[in-house]
Structure formats: C-alpha cells, structure tokens
Design a protein around this ligand. Structure first.
Ligand SMILES: Nc1ncnc2c1ncn2[C@@H]1O[C@H](COP(=O)(O)OP(=O)(O)O)[C@@H](O)[C@H]1O
Ligand SMILES: [Mg+2]
Length: 341
C-alpha cells in the first residue's frame, strides 16, 4: 500500500485533501455545538463543552496544518461559525435565582402616597432557605408580590432566574409565575370540590400536560409529602396540616425555581406547624429554594437566612443556624406520650 506520510519532509499526499477534511470536520462540529449552545443557552455546560472543543479542535487543526503543510498556518482561519454564534450566547446559568436591584414600590391612592418599598437590593442563591421578617406594614407582602412576579416594581430591576422581569406585561408575568414559582398561602387556597390529586394537578393543566401525565406527576408529589393515601379526599376531609401539605405538593408539582410561602403556618397549631417546618426542612435539603414570609420569630428560625424589613428597607440580613423541626416535633409527641417517628 502506498504510505501516506513521508516523514522528514513533512510532506503528505494528498495534504490538501487532509487539510480540507480536518478543516471542514471541525467546522461541522463547531456549527452543531454552537447551535446547541445557542438553543440551550442557559445550560452552561454545553457552552463550556463547545468552548473546549473549539479550543481543542482549533489547536489540532492548526498543529495538523502546520505539520502537514508548514506554509499553510498563516492562512488558517478556523472555526468562524462558532465564534459568530458564541457572541449570541448569553452568559452561563445564573447562580442567583433572585436579584433585586434598588427596587422600590410606590402606591398612590388619591392624594395619599405610600412608599411600601424604598430601596431593596438583595440576592438569593439557588438552594437557599430564607425567611422575610418584619413588623406589619414593613413591606413583606409587597416584596413577596414582586419576587413572586405578581406585581412589578415602580423603579429598580428584578431579575428572576436570569431574566429581567421588571417591566414584563401581565401575560408574560403569568407565564413566568407558572413556570418559576410555587406558591404556598396561609389559607391553603385549595379548590373545595376537587380531590387532593386534582388540586395538585391543577398547575399542570396550564402547563399543557395530558390528563394521565398530570395524574401521574401529581401522585408522585403527593407521595413525596406523605399523602398518597389521601389522594382522593376533598379538602374538608383533611386536617389543616394535611391541607397545607396538599398545597405544598401543588407548589412543587411544576418543579419551580422557588417556593414562596406566605405565612405558611399562620392557620396551624404548634404541632402541625413543626410538621410543616419539618417538610420544608426536607425540601430545602433536597435543594429547593424556599422563601418564607412570617411575622413569627419562632418560625423564621427554621430558615437558614433571615432578612428583616422595616419601613420598606432591609434592616438586617443574617445567616441563621436553623432549628431542627423533627427533633422538636418528636419532643412534643414524646411529652404527650404519642408515638415518635
Ligand atoms: N395595594 C396597596 N395600595 C396601597 N397601599 C398599599 C397596598 N399594599 C400595601 N400598601 C401599603 O404598603 C405598606 C406595606 O404593606 P405590606 O407590604 O402589606 O406590609 P407587610 O406585609 O409587611 O405588613 C403599608 O403601609 C400598606 O398600607
Ligand atoms: Mg403582609
């Protein structure tokens, strides 16, 4: 067989063909990776992979070309396509799920002007468990509404999971809410005539899932919160704690970026509150991002960070060594002589 390479002279036959193949091969890979990086632009690992390939193949092509045909290197213009696509590729996946920059909210009612939020700049990273605290009127609900994309700030910027939602239309906000946020309310807000399963499956209707998919996913989440054997019960056949568990399951069913809980234990007795806090603890350890509004010092101390508001400003923002809800729950049950877990 005719040897391809004549070492010593750096002469290969047919060198022009090899160079052509290598150049084109790398360009095709670049195009595919560039397109992947563009379409899945939030997935930073694809961008990184593409960049690595770009560097690697860039060097390979260059080295090969120099080796095969020394006079060629100065003409080598490799991989222009990826570079063009890469300029369209935004920055990698943000670590901060929530970023408010100098957010203010002003309510005007006739002649009365209320500055509910004055200048709020906070960031919350993926996986954090934060409590918003503060006296009545300090702006907790207003901040929750903005963070939950229920309302827009008067001035300032709000970036939710990498998207600037400060000036979005009502429709766009509704879509962002459905996709990114799971709400848990003090009053549970369950549909009274529907079963637990249907209540949990509700957000999936708006997300466009088929009925069998909805039921399957809803059942799985009910299982996660320990209520699979109550799936066909209506809210009035459930205890307060169980209703809140159903509401939490509904908040989780869409795999949201954040769970926003507004006074989640406000309507529950102490034991059931511990129970719900124990569930939040598990959810937090599984990596969910949780923001909880509460005016109860007792409840806030389960979170890993406490942000205190006063008069529309952040008064303090401190990490917290969280209490252990399961330990406390068991202590109460033991004192009552009930079975412990
Ligand atoms: N929709 C509204 N219209 C007018 N004023 C409002 C509205 N919502 C809240 N406020 C006012 O904004 C301030 C902050 O309210 P809010 O965020 O509900 O506080 P918190 O939840 O901490 O009790 C209060 O003075 C309240 O009266
Ligand atoms: Mg409030």
């Amino acid at each position: 067989m005719q040897p391809l390479c004549y070492t010593g002279h750096f002469k290969i036959w047919p060198n022009w063909l090899l160079i052509l193949v290598i150049r084109h091969l790398t360009t095709y890979i670049e195009v595919i990776l560039g397109a992947l990086g563009y379409f899945y632009r939030r997935k930073s690992y694809i961008c990184q992979l593409a960049t690595c390939f770009n560097d690697l193949l860039g060097y390979c092509t260059k080295d090969f070309a120099v080796l095969l045909y020394p006079g060629y290197s100065s003409n080598l213009k490799h991989l222009p396509v990826f570079h063009r696509l890469a300029t369209l590729t935004p920055s990698p996946m943000p670590q901060n799920i929530i970023e408010t920059k100098h957010v203010s909210k002003r309510y005007v009612m006739g002649h009365e002007v209320v500055d509910a939020l004055k200048d709020i700049t906070i960031t919350i990273a993926k996986g954090e468990y934060v409590a918003f605290m503060g006296p009545s009127g300090s702006g907790k609900s207003t901040l929750m509404n903005i963070v939950g994309a229920l309302d827009s700030p008067t001035t300032g910027q709000y970036i939710l999971n990498g998207n600037d939602v400060s000036n979005m239309s009502e429709n766009d906000l509704a879509e962002v809410r459905n996709k990114e946020i799971g709400f848990v309310f003090q009053t549970f807000n369950l549909l009274p005539r529907n079963t637990a399963l249907d209540n949990v499956a509700l957000p999936l209707i708006y997300a466009g899932y088929s009925k069998s998919e909805r039921n399957e996913r809803a059942m799985q989440v009910l299982k996660d919160v320990g209520l699979e054997n109550r799936a066909l019960h209506r809210p009035n056949e459930l205890s307060g704690g169980q209703r809140q568990r159903v509401a939490i399951a509904r908040a989780l069913v869409n795999h949201p970026s954040i769970i926003l809980a507004d006074e989640p234990t406000g309507n529950l007795d102490t034991k059931t509150s511990y129970d719900i806090m124990a569930l939040f603890d598990v959810l937090s350890q599984k990596g969910n991002t949780i923001i909880m509004v509460t005016h109860e010092e007792d409840i806030a101390r389960y979170a890993r960070r406490i942000v205190r508001l006063r008069d529309g400003l952040v008064e303090s923002d401190t990490p917290n060594e969280p209490r252990k809800p399961l330990v406390e729950l068991n202590a109460i049950l033991a004192a009552k002589g009930e079975a412990t877990q």
